[in-house]
Design a protein around this ligand. Structure first.
Ligand code: FAD
Length: 389
């Protein structure tokens, strides 16, 4: 079998990476080969998340990797993206874990928390000793998160929260949940710790996608919190959206990793499997698929790298991130489907990683803004007309 983790670098993009960026990528790649690949199919089959990886990832500085201070590694955004790419080359669920811990939960505290909250949570989250989750979506509000029904009411000097959050990654394993709720002034965020009376998390069953990732429903029934649990700088929907922009950045990179694994596997298979008179790779229709796959991966790599450089220069707009998330995930899903087709019947079994990636990418295409929602974001950007409502 081909080396599925091997890079695909048609345009010598390696030359555009610093030694530190390459070292970070290669270290994560080796970690993934050594620690993740041997039993990721089993975790997917059993619908379990490989918890033993958490301290290992923390030790490597992968949690909150692009944040400065508070025990975080302070890497640049390109290095952070490369980490996400290598994690998702193994499984989207593993990258989701890292994204939710870093870009959603830690970032929410980093960007909108008080100094006291930052000191209390961030170093422990970077060490993997405290896990976070990000509760925005509700049973009746996904794409229109601003219409959320979860409410926080003033009660003396504290708050009382009621509501339900659904589809929450890491929900039942999280020590602290970032809960987005409406108050009189609009939307704000709260830190709800595990074990708080009235707060419960249930794992969602029956998923055919993201099986090596925990997805939960969070129920808040008269949850009483001190004012110190509110994120003081989180004012309005722009706060959770800013966290989503961070996470979508990592997803755009991650999808390239998943696509690469599918492409490598399909290329290897097409070269070794003979039908009729020659290897599958010798037929024009198969070559057409392989060329399409490899072209889209190469284009996505270029988008990621420039997006990362713009982000490091403080010039990346949310619309740049929408472009990359929409394009790279949409193409990765198409690539996974084409790769599955090239493997024929073998494409549906877990002896090969493709069907797992394909199923995972269905989620990745939906969460953090669906493909079509990002189309609307970009449509608004280029026309000046909003087509949301
Ligand atoms: C495995 C998994 C993990 C997740 N993890 C998290 C998490 O950690 N935290 C969290 O808060 N959420 C999480 N989500 C939820 C995810 O973000 C939502 O599923 C997503 O925002 C879409 O919402 P929805 O599923 O309610 O779909 P809907 O919003 O109901 O959309 C359904 C369809 O309608 C389309 N649509 C919606 N509005 C429009 C419109 N105006 N114009 C045209 N088409 C439209 C969409 O593009 C989509 O195709 C997760 C989801 C999954 C599957």
């Amino acid at each position: 079998m081909a080396d599925l983790m091997k890079d695909l670098d048609f345009f010598n993009l390696d030359e555009l990476l610093s030694d530190e960026e390459k070292m970070t990528r290669d270290t994560v790649k080796q970690f993934v080969e050594r620690e993740v690949m041997p039993d990721i199919e089993r975790h997917f089959a059993d619908a379990t998340f490989p918890m033993r990886l958490v301290p290992l990832m923390a030790e490597m500085g992968l949690l909150g990797a692009n944040m400065k201070g508070y025990g975080c590694a302070g890497m640049n955004n390109v290095a952070y993206g490369l980490i996400m790419q290598e994690l998702e080359a193994a499984d989207s669920g593993l990258r989701s874990f890292a994204s939710v811990q870093s870009a959603l939960s830690m970032h929410a505290i980093y960007a909108f928390g008080s100094e006291q909250q930052k000191q209390r949570y961030l170093p422990e989250m970077a060490r993997g000793r405290l896990l976070g989750c990000f509760g925005l979506t509700e049973p009746d509000h996904g794409s229109d998160a601003g219409a959320m029904e979860t409410r926080a009411k003033r009660d003396g000097r504290g708050w009382v929260l009621n509501g339900v959050k659904r589809w929450i990654t890491n929900g039942s394993i999280a020590d602290v949940a970032i809960i987005w709720a409406k108050v009189d002034e609009g939307i704000t965020g709260f830190l709800v710790e595990k074990g708080t009376p009235g707060f419960t998390a249930f794992d969602m069953k029956g998923k055919f996608s993201m099986r090596a990732s925990i997805t939960s429903e969070l129920v808040l029934e008269d949850v009483r919190l001190d004012d110190g649990a509110r994120l003081p700088e989180a004012r309005g929907l722009r706060a959770p959206l800013a966290c989503l922009t961070q996470a979508r950045f990592g997803i755009a990179w991650g999808a390239v990793g998943a696509a690469r694994t599918c492409y490598r596997c399909a290329l290897d298979y097409a070269k070794s499997r003979r039908q009729f008179s020659r290897p599958l790779a010798g037929y024009q229709l198969v070559q057409n698929k392989l060329v399409k796959m490899f072209t889209e991966i190469t284009k996505a790599q270029l988008v990621c790298l420039q997006l990362g450089r713009l982000k490091d220069a403080g010039k990346a707009r949310p619309e740049h991130v929408s472009f990359a998330k929409r394009n790279n995930v949409g193409e990765a899903l198409e690539i996974a489907r084409m790769a599955r087709d090239i493997l024929g019947a073998n494409g549906i079994v877990n002896e090969y990683p493709i069907i797992r990636h394909m199923l995972n990418l269905e989620t990745v295409n939906t969460y953090e803004g669906t493909f079509d929602i990002h189309t609307l974001i970009l449509g608004r950007d280029i026309t000046g007309e909003s087509a949301f409502e």
